[in-house]
Design a protein around this ligand. Structure first.
Ligand SMILES: [Ca+2]
Length: 341
């Protein structure tokens, strides 16, 4: 080059040539570097690919593991349930045994309680007797109303007490007031009694016998006419015999009152009904003619169980009669007894 260019040329060209040589060297270096980079990039891609593959595998493995865990959990749960079921069954049997035992205990307790209740009721009843005294045998001390009394020879029974019509303590044995009750009845009905204690009724010959036999009684008959006239007949003794004596009036004692002694010929007479003739009329039955039950003689001066006459009240043979006082069928009658004090 020195020969071709001489000194002058050399001075100019030499730096250019040196530069070109330098550029070539750089190009080589660049190419080498580029190749290196490409190689690295290829490696990176391979690695990335491997990594992805690895991730995918890991995921698959993870899913399987999860499934395994889930399956195991399910198996465990089922085993738990089976165990629980078995335990429950055993527990239930045990519970049933316990319940049976408890029921038996309760039943036993219940029986004990029942006995205790009965004992307490008995003591309460005794206490009531202590406080109130024994069940009353009459209406003495009672206000007007329905009360239970006890008379020897009978279970306690209810009676109508009247403490307002005359004075206090009367036991009502018969009442007529509106014709609501039929008094044309058999001896059986008159023996056991009929009607309503707060309305029209007859107490019954059996009770009347027991009451008047239990202690000495007096008799009061209260009567009202259609014109509101008031009559009374009072007897200071009253005793009715038993069935074997045909429920005969055994005692009447002394009479007092403004209505006359309508029972004068009934003393010592048995009770007659349409089906049982105990009267003194040999050829007929007064009770059958009067459609009533009463202590008829031949036939007599009274018939307070006669047929109730609602409007027209002449004293027909079968009316509610106390003929020694009024010759008409009465509007209101109340027959009462009271122990003598
Ligand atoms: Ca007769």
């Amino acid at each position: 080059m020195d020969e071709l260019c001489g000194a002058h040329c050399y001075t100019i060209v030499k730096p250019l040539l040196q530069y070109a040589a330098s550029v070539r060297s750089k190009e080589i270096q660049f190419n080498e570097l580029t190749a290196k980079i490409q190689s690295r990039e290829a490696i990176i891609k391979t690695l990335e690919s491997q990594l992805e593959a690895s991730n995918s595998h890991a995921k698959y493995c993870l899913t399987n593991a999860d499934l395994f865990v889930n399956k195991q959990t399910l198996v465990n749960n089922i085993q738990d349930l089976i165990a629980l079921g078995k335990k429950s069954k055993d527990q239930c049997s045990e519970d049933f045994r316990k319940k049976d035992s408890e029921i038996l205990t309760l039943k036993s307790q219940d029986i004990k309680n029942e006995i205790k209740i009965k004992e307490l009721e008995k003591r309460l009843s005794e206490r009531e007797v202590e406080v109130k005294g024994p069940l009353s045998s009459s209406c003495i001390g009672k206000i007007t109303g329905i009360f239970q009394i006890h008379v020897p020879g009978s279970d306690p029974f209810e009676v109508a007490c009247d403490s307002s019509l005359v004075d206090s303590g009367w036991t009502v044995i018969q009442r007529r007031q509106d014709g609501s009750e039929n008094f044309n009845r058999s001896m059986n009905d008159y023996r056991s009694g009929f009607g309503k204690l707060d309305g029209e009724f007859f107490i019954g010959l059996d009770k009347l016998h027991l009451l008047t036999k239990s202690q000495r009684h007096e008799l009061y008959i209260y009567m009202e006419t259609d014109n509101k006239e008031v009559g009374n007949a009072r007897y200071n003794q009253f005793l009715i015999g038993g069935e074997q004596q045909d429920f005969k009036i055994l005692l009447l004692g002394a009479f007092s009152g403004n209505a006359g002694n309508g029972l004068a010929d009934s003393l010592n007479m048995g009770f007659s009904t349409p089906d049982v003739d105990n009267d003194n009329w040999w050829t007929a039955n007064c009770a059958g003619l009067a459609n009533s039950g009463w202590w008829f003689n031949n036939c007599g001066l009274s018939n307070l169980n006669g047929v109730y006459k609602a409007e027209d009240r002449p004293a027909y043979a079968d009316g509610v009669a106390w003929s020694v006082w009024k010759y008409e069928s009465l509007k209101f009658v109340q027959i009462m007894i009271k122990p003598k004090q």
